[in-house]
Design a protein around this ligand. Structure first.
Ligand code: T3D
Length: 257
C-alpha cells in the first residue's frame, strides 16, 4: 500500500496519509511522495485539497525509528528535504488546503496541519507540540504559525511543556477553525472542501497570497497589495459571474477562472 493516497473527487484532491500502524509518522519515502502529490495538485482542475490521515491518527510527525537508523536520511536532510519543502508547497499552492485532523497530530504532523488554510478537527482529535519531550525544537513552521494563531505566551507554553491539547481547546484558543463531532467528521469536513472547490478559485488564491504576506507587511504595503490583487480578481470570469448571478438573483456557477 502506498504511504500517501491520492484520490481525485471532482475538483477536490483527497490526500490521505497512510501509515496507520505508525500513526502516519513520516519517513523519507512518505515525505517525498506527499511533495510529489502536492505538485500534481497544482493542476488547475484541482480547486481544493483535503488532507487527512488513515486510521486513528492524523500524523505522529517524524518517524522516530528513521531518525536513529544509520541508513536513514540523517538529521541534516530531514528538515531541508522533507518538511520545509512541504510547508512551502502548501503555502504556495494557489488553492485552499483543508487539514481534516481525524485524530492525534503530533510534532511535524501537528505543524503540517497548522500551516493549512483551514484546519478542522474531529472532536476526539488532539494536537501535541511533542518536540520538547525528545529534546528537539519545534519545526515545520510551528514557531512561525503557532504564535500567530494563538499568541506568544500560549505558544511558548505548549511548545515547552509539550502538553496535549484536545480539539475543543484548540478551537477555543484559535489554533484551528472548528471541531466536528466524530460521527459526522468525514462527511462534514469533506463538505467544507467541496464548497471551497466550488468557489472562485483565483479569488481564494489571491486571498491566500495576501494572508501569506500579512505576517511581514506594514499597513501601507498591505493596502497596496490588496489594491493590486483586487484589480486581478476583478478581471476574472468568476467575478463577472458573481456579479451577474447576484444581479439576476440566481446561484452563481464559478469555474475557477
Ligand atoms: O531531524 C529531525 O528528525 C527533526 C524532525 C522532527 C519532526 C518531528 O515531528 S519530531 C516529533 C516526533 N513525534 C513524536 O515525538 C511523537 C511520538 N509519538 C507519541 O508521542 C505518541 O505516539 C502519540 C501521542 C502521538 C500517540 O500516543 P498513543 O498512546 O495514542 O499511541 P502509541 O501507543 O504511542 O503509538 C502507537 C504506535 O505508533 C506505536 O507502535 P507499536 O508499539 O504499536 O508498534 C508507536 O511506537 C508508533 N509511533 C507513534 N509515534 C511514532 C511512532 N513510530 C514512529 N515514529 C513516531 N513518531
Amino acid at each position: 500500500m502506498s504511504s500517501v493516497i491520492l484520490e481525485i473527487k471532482g475538483p477536490v484532491a483527497v490526500i490521505t496519509l497512510n501509515r496507520p500502524e505508525k500513526l502516519n509518522a513520516f519517513n523519507r519515502e512518505m515525505a517525498l511522495l506527499l511533495q510529489s502529490i502536492l505538485e500534481e495538485c497544482k493542476n488547475e482542475s484541482i480547486r481544493c485539497i483535503y488532507l487527512t490521515g488513515m486510521g486513528k491518527a492524523f500524523s505522529a510527525g517524524q518517524d522516530l525509528a528513521e531518525v536513529t537508523d544509520p541508513d536513514g536520511p540523517g538529521m541534516a536532510k530531514i528538515l531541508s528535504e522533507h518538511y520545509n519543502p512541504l510547508i512551502t508547497l502548501i503555502r504556495s499552492l494557489e488553492k485552499p488546503v483543508v487539514a481534516a485532523v481525524n485524530g492525534v497530530a503530533a510534532g511535524a504532523g501537528a505543524n503540517l496541519a497548522l500551516c493549512c488554510d483551514l484546519v478542522v478537527a474531529a472532536a476526539s482529535a488532539s494536537f501535541i507540540q511533542a518536540f520538547s519531550k525528545i529534546g528537539l525544537v519545534p519545526d515545520s513552521g510551528g514557531t512561525f504559525f503557532l504564535p500567530r494563531l494563538i499568541g506568544f505566551q500560549k505558544a511558548s507554553a505548549l511548545m515547552m511543556l509539550g502538553e496535549k491539547v484536545n480539539a475543543d481547546e484548540a478551537a477555543q484558543m484559535g489554533m484551528i477553525y472548528k471541531v466536528i463531532d466524530d460521527k459526522n467528521f468525514a462527511e462534514a469536513s469533506m463538505a467544507i472542501a467541496e464548497y471551497l472547490a466550488s468557489m472562485p478559485t483565483q479569488g481564494l488564491s489571491y486571498t491566500k497570497q495576501l494572508l501569506n504576506d500579512t505576517f511581514d507587511s506594514s499597513l501601507s504595503k498591505q493596502l497596496k497589495k490588496e489594491d493590486m490583487y483586487q484589480q486581478k480578481a476583478a478581471l476574472t470570469a468568476d467575478f463577472k459571474e458573481g456579479v451577474e448571478a447576484f444581479t439576476n438573483r440566481r446561484a452563481p456557477v464559478f469555474t475557477g477562472r
